[in-house]
Design a protein around this ligand. Sequence first.
Ligand SMILES: [Zn+2]
Length: 369
Amino acid sequence: MSFEVRQAGIKGFGIFARHRIARGSRILSERPLLLVKHNEINILGAASRLSKAELDTLLALSVNKAKRDSVWNLVDVLFQSAQLPLSKKGRRSIRQKRDILACFYNNNFALSVSLSHRDDGVTTTAAARGVFPTIARLNHSCIPNAQGNFNRNVDEGSFTIHALREIAAGEEITVSYLHDELASHEERQHWLHQVYGFWCQCGICSGGDEAHRSHRRRERLRDELSRAFAPNTPLLSDSLGLSGPSNVAGAGDGAKMDFEKSQRLVNLTIETYEQEGLVGAELASLYGVAASLADSAGDHGEAMRLGARSMELERDATGEDSPLYQMRRRSFENLQFDQAGSSLSRFAAAPPKAQSSEDDNALSYAPWT
Ligand SMILES: [Zn+2]
């Protein structure tokens, strides 16, 4: 194994590289310990299927004590407990049920997999959330060196962790728990403390020059985007005052300017990601969007360059056996094929992860609350 689980000081447990790990390597993959369908509100019911050893593994994970002891959580325990079938009602103490919910909420990952609904014999496809006990030991960084994605092609459906860059021997392996990777310092701290109960102390959260530069970059991008999306802006172009020739065939001047500004904003977002050192599947999606825009503008060479970069980033974050990577590679091949045959081609951009709840590989670190 390329990693070990050990104490990480104030953060509790963490996962560390035992030796140098190359960019794009799959560090680990893991099947879920506990899987709860999204339409199955009773987590205690799902947890009642766990063996004693599995339950011990779940209860050893970290919890946000403030959330565990909140009125909301305690009422939730009472509600879910009352919904349990009679045969399962008395099996566990109310205190243990409280701890099961707290461990689930603090450690689950959102994914969606096909699950057959066995109660009434009807087969349905439902989104689900799972707890992966080793992966749950990965601590957060706002600039992580690894990323997790669900991959249905690995061992009938597993969560995989890939190195986004080279990781040195002894270095802690981290992932991001954030929804919005480019959130401001205040938003990040608020979210992480409220949901997970800790204050982030990563490189861009600890003050100093690095934190200051990060703050300035994110603020600049945010300003540009909010100006472009300001109310009463009839065209995106009006807000930025950019003009010039465009190859967008048949489009009016306003639409051409709009198109160029879309390109400029996407490029600025990519630039901000890269200056921040943020790589992974989200950046792959952004490159996919940029490739599509370049292709629409008739710049096929640029579209190919951007498409290849998108594919490389996706491969590093998810692996060649991942449906996400395979989808992106097909899009790139279509682009190559189209360019050989005609001038009409599109590089299909994958939807952003956070919104692809119906996708088989959707991922979110948000707890189910
Ligand atoms: Zn941070």
